[in-house]
Ligand binder design. Structure first.
Ligand code: SF4
Ligand code: SF4
Length: 470
């Protein structure tokens, strides 16, 4: 009688759970229910009185909760727990917390299961980088990060979340980017880079970028094109990241690609909304972006942001139940194809680099080899950190951790920058502007450190003489 309410439940549930699946695989079953649930108009009183409603979740979700044996295999490399030391950040503890919350929704289970307070559960679910390390290291194949993400959607509906995230979602829905900027300013980086490139070449001489050419808005914003380059909000608005789109448009032009950007028609991809549990916001962004891309007649879309790429590739189709009608490519895949066909020529001297795997294309998508080959093909001596590929350590920017616990996010960034500095590399290279931002913050906090942080697209443009290094 006691077995179903105790930790020993995993004896029964472990066997079928080994065949459990990730959020992408569960999405078809789960997301339509959740959209219907999210669309239900309810009064605030009703929502807060009911709390989290687990009834929309698929059976596999509950099975996974019951399976955890608290073996701690997922704990050692968890970036949040290893830097905070707080029990609430242990991946297995987070799962037990959700299971307790679930048990409290049943009159019988409530008698046997210890109570979990709302505040504790919020800490467990929102202060997570959703990096996926725990999922990859669970011997019972529990998709922990998928479970946390799904729970965020339920908690957002019940308004069990930090106020900063509520405001964050509202901003994106209102102005279509998370920075609260006027969406018409998305092209500001073009003029900024034109002027910076000119200054750098005047100072360093033309040999600093022998293949350089000027790029204006008219060159990259067209009515129709074969390829759309989807820049992403961070690289569009943060001046510190403007080197990423500048590098990508120079590369695309240098190889003669027929491409366009979307300009103010590019809206947030919706990934930050998904991470904030706002499934309806994600749907709104998805519908707009797909229509904007189709209007250009594009057959493929290139992304430099790992988060944008992941949400297009894994969530848009399943969310809307329709085919995109275009191919989705991450910059590392495109650069791999261009560099291995020798369509770009190496002109700059060798550099010593280390590579940080962004979770959204690494653990969540298995892109490990392409960026490493690209770096070698453009004259880099790659020195690896100890934690790479499936065992990579988060940059600190994942899962909206910066908004839920800024100090912890910074500690994770510093730790990753330290790991990179230990390799003796001159550059940390990554393949996502948000990782770049977090790693820069980490590197700047290291005393006496001269590490530079660049995106792989920037490295390719610099090493092939398209842009100067400054
Ligand atoms: S590795 Fe799996 S079973 Fe072990 S504590 Fe983590 S989630 Fe639970
Ligand atoms: S997803 Fe990453 S940060 Fe979150 S619990 Fe798992 S290992 Fe820790």
């Amino acid at each position: 009688m006691y077995l179903p309410f105790s930790k020993l439940i995993h004896i029964i549930s472990a066997i079928p759970n080994v065949a459990s699946c990730s959020i992408e695989e569960m999405a078809e079953e789960f997301i339509p229910n959740l959209i219907e649930y999210a669309e239900k108009a309810e009064t605030k009183e009703k929502i807060s009185e009911r709390g989290i409603d687990f009834s929309t979740l698929p059976g596999k979700f509950i099975l996974s909760l019951e399976t955890c044996v608290t073996c701690s295999n997922c704990t050692s490399n968890c970036p949040t727990y290893s830097l905070s030391g707080e029990k609430a950040h242990i991946p297995g503890t987070r799962l037990r917390g959700i299971y307790r919350a679930y048990n409290q929704t049943s009159p019988i289970f409530r008698i046997f299961s210890p109570i979990i307070e709302r505040q504790s559960l919020e800490k467990m679910i929102w202060e997570c980088a959703l990096c996926g390390y725990c999922s990859k290291n669970c011997p019972l194949a529990i998709k922990t990060d998928s479970i946390y993400l799904m729970l965020r959607m339920l908690m957002a509906k019940a308004a069990w979340m930090p106020e900063s995230l509520v405001e964050f979602s509202r901003t994106i829905r209102n102005v279509h980017n998370p920075l609260g900027r006027d969406n018409r300013e998305r092209l500001g980086w073009v003029r900024f880079r034109l002027s910076r490139n000119k200054k750098a070449i005047d100072k360093l001489g033309p040999e600093a970028a022998p293949m350089y050419f000027e790029v204006t808005v008219d060159d990259i914003l067209k009515d129709k094109a074969e390829t759309v380059y989807f820049i992403g909000c961070n690289a569009s608005f943060f001046r510190a990241l403007s080197g990423v789109p500048d590098a990508m448009v120079h590369i695309l032009k240098a190889v003669g690609e027929d491409f366009t950007i979307l300009g103010e028609e590019e809206w947030c991809c919706g990934y930050p909304l998904l991470l904030a549990g706002d499934i309806l916001g994600l749907k709104e962004m998805a519908i707009h972006n797909i229509e904007a891309i189709r209007a250009k007649g594009a057959k493929k879309v290139v992304f430099t942001c790992a988060g944008c790429y992941r949400v297009f590739k894994h969530f848009y189709t399943k969310l809307l139940g329709i085919k995109l009608g275009f191919e989705v490519i991450h910059s590392t895949e495109l650069l791999y194809s261009l560099c291995s066909q020798r369509r770009l020529n190496l002109v700059a001297p060798r550099i010593r680099v280390t590579y940080h795997d962004p979770c959204d294309i690494g653990r969540h998508d298995g892109i490990y080899l392409e960026p490493r080959i690209v770096l070698k093909l453009v004259g880099s001596d790659l020195v690896e950190m100890e934690k790479i590929e499936e065992d990579s350590f988060c940059c600190g920017g994942g899962g909206l951790l910066k908004l839920s616990n800024s100090d912890l996010s910074s500690k994770v960034s510093i730790e990753r920058a330290k790991q990179a500095a230990e390799t003796g590399a001159e550059f940390i290279i990554t393949a996502c502007p948000f990782c770049e931002l977090s790693l820069r913050e980490g590197a700047q906090s290291l005393k006496g450190n001269k590490l530079k942080v660049l995106d792989i697209t920037e490295v390719v443009a610099i090493q092939t003489g398209l842009l100067p290094l400054y």
